[in-house]
Design a protein around this ligand. Structure first.
Ligand code: MN
Length: 128
């Protein structure tokens, strides 16, 4: 965890590409969020259960547990059910969107991510 403002929303960024993960962590921290990172699905599930972030940015293509499976497991468990999940994926077909919705994701952002749009949309997902 980083940043000194305990009131700032806590975002868990799940992304196996280290360069992308680092860049987004910096972007989000500079935008006033507290940020945690996870490089895979197992780590994401552990960190989410322990830290109960307000929002999770979830890459769907992970090396161990798929992002959709991570979303399903979080939505099936009482303590983590209310975490807002926004999927990040390069696959933009309607079937992929439907799969995200069915897994419990609140939203869907297509890679490569338009970072300005992402920053504009995050407060909506946080209900702020
Ligand atoms: Mn990936």
């Amino acid at each position: 965890m980083s940043g000194g403002n305990a009131e700032a929303p806590l975002v868990l960024l799940v992304e196996d590409n280290e360069m992308i993960r680092r860049a987004f962590c910096i972007l989000l921290e500079e935008s006033g969020y507290r940020v945690l990172g996870a490089a895979g699905g197992v780590e994401a599930l552990e960190v989410a259960a322990r830290e109960l972030p307000d929002l999770m940015l979830l890459d769907l293509g992970l090396p161990d547990v798929s992002g959709l499976e991570v979303a399903r497991r979080l939505k099936a468990a009482e303590p983590t059910r209310d975490i807002a999940i926004v999927a990040l994926t390069g696959r933009a077909l309607e079937a992929d969107r439907a799969a995200c919705r069915e897994a419990g994701c609140a939203g869907y952002i297509v890679k490569p991510v338009d970072t300005q749009r992402l920053l504009r949309e995050l407060p909506t997902y946080l209900g702020r």
